[in-house]
Design a binder for this molecule. Sequence first.
Ligand SMILES: O=C(CO)[C@H](O)[C@H](O)COP(=O)(O)O
Ligand SMILES: [Co+2]
Length: 224
Amino acid sequence: MSHVTIHPSILSADFAALGQALESIGTADAVHVDVMDQHFVPNLTLGLPVVSRLAEVSSLPLDVHLMIEDPDRWAPQYAEAGAASVTFHAEAAGAPIRLAREIRAAGAKAAMALKPTTPLDVALPVLDELDMLLIMSVEPGFGGQPFLESSLPKIRAAVEAIGSRGIVVQVDGGVSPETVERIAEAGASCFVAGSAVFGAKDPSAAVEKIRGLAARAAGCADRA
Ligand SMILES: O=C(CO)[C@H](O)[C@H](O)COP(=O)(O)O
Ligand SMILES: [Co+2]
């Protein structure tokens, strides 16, 4: 039986206390790290030196979400730095099949992300090279935005296109106790949640709450 996984996004954590942020989400399955370059998206966060250090100190796997131009050049370096998975955007990649292969060769799982307006068709030729497909449910760039309902049919279509290939469908943006059940019912199994986790008084409890709701809605075993 499959299970759901929760990846809190440290975009919504205190950037002056990232070590404490990691400690506060001990119940999570991985930590989602949003790398933004102020070119692909209108926001600037952190880069390779910080990700390398997080990989050294984190007991959770690092799920690195690259919102950058030219991921063909940079993504493999995040895999070499110790990321468990590296996600590049389809809209930014020049040669996505080659890039996914390079990420895997560098020791990480390979994932590709689609912005809300990018059609699923773009991912179909790349699927066989991917471990995970990220369906963005907000316009990338900022945490705390409302979940886009238009992503639900896209999630259903992605799950159907993937079939039995074992590729994880991840959803990122506006995931909260209010939205996670509908997203799980649509077939996603990996949930990124930033503000809903780090905005809570007890981030670890928020992770467990979101996971429990998702697992019940998906009709599968609650991992926790
Ligand atoms: O990639 C992202 C934004 O581009 C973040 O991962 C995402 O927005 C998480 O934050 P929230 O759960 O608050 O929407
Ligand atoms: Co993200």
